[in-house]
Design a protein around this ligand. Structure first.
Ligand SMILES: [Zn+2]
Length: 299
């Protein structure tokens, strides 16, 4: 093969690879679902029906009601009740009389966030994409709307419930990624390995190997990989220029580009990278500047 021809062939090959990558054909995960929420009518637009196929009961909270009582009265778990009312509830306690709660059996109602795909939602709840499509009559739809609610059949986990628990019971910008003893705070310190002066960009939380690590806030995975210092680590991108970083993991459960809910399990803790013991290294950054997580996390 002549040299110019070889160059053309190589460039065509690279182009093809780039195209395949763009199409998600090289992604090792399940096939990329192209249904993605991107604007369109709002949830209050009455011209479109947003009622999922599953039977949705509406219950008006009475004085003295607690979420636990309501859940047991309707035979649903507290986790599912809270998860189905993520847009209505601000916390796990003190639900105001007159509040209308949605109740579904054998699953959870999920309100779509902007940029979230059906594949993301299926992974969040650990439910097959095909089951979500079938239960909500989405076979002929090429799009979903932010704010639209879908029934997640058989969902037993509710990231919103875990999120509220990790946020101390009520909504907060950031929730704890896990709970443990803070073994090293944010700011100047002597590095535990090098012995040199150092600036610790996050906090270290001591936890046993394999402790579940939850997304501190809803967002998109921008890094899921390995780093010489952080070891196995994940970086999430949130609104308002915020990012959160989770380091020294033993296992990563998300892939780059995936949208995760606050309270969704994204990894397990470990001791990988430049680490002196079992802990999670956790950072919150805004526009690239590290902030003290303790100032932003609930007590
Ligand atoms: Zn650290």
């Amino acid at each position: 093969m002549s040299r110019p021809l070889r160059i053309v062939v190589v460039w065509c090959g690279l182009g093809l690879l780039w195209w395949a990558w763009q199409q998600g054909l090289l992604s090792p995960s399940e096939p990329v679902e192209k249904i993605v929420a991107q604007g369109g009518p709002s949830f209050t637009d009455e011209s479109i029906s947003l009622v999922p196929r599953a039977d949705v009961l509406e219950y008006e909270v009475q004085p003295g009601d607690t979420l636990e009582q309501i859940a047991s009265r309707f035979g649903v778990s507290l986790e599912a009740l809270v998860g189905s009312n993520a847009n209505t509830l601000d916390g796990l306690e003190g639900v105001a009389p007159g509040t209308v709660l949605k109740i579904v059996k054998n699953g959870v109602l999920h309100a779509v966030k902007r940029g979230q795909t059906l594949t993301d939602i299926a992974r969040t709840y650990g439910v097959a994409l095909s089951e979500i499509i079938a239960s909500n009559g989405l076979e002929d739809r090429g799009y979903i709307y932010p704010g639209e609610e879908f029934f997640i059949p058989g969902a037993v986990t509710s990231p919103f419930f875990i999120y509220l628990q990790m946020a101390g019971g009520k909504k907060s910008l950031f929730a704890w990624p896990l709970r443990g003893v803070i073994s090293s705070g944010f700011g100047p310190r002597i590095h535990p390995i090098s012995g040199e002066p150092d600036f610790h960009q996050g906090i270290d939380i001591e936890v046993p190997e394999g402790t579940d690590v939850y997304a501190s806030c809803a967002g998109r995975v921008i890094v899921a990989g390995r780093h010489s210092g952080y070891g196995l680590y994940v970086v999430l991108e949130h609104s308002h220029g915020y990012r959160t970083l989770y380091g020294h993991l033993s296992e990563i459960g998300v892939y780059r580009g995936q949208f995760v809910e606050g309270g969704q399990r994204i990894a397990r803790s470990g001791n990988t990278g430049n680490s002196t013991g079992l802990h999670l290294h956790f950072e919150i950054l805004q526009y690239g500047r590290p902030l003290n997580p303790l100032a932003l996390l609930p007590p």
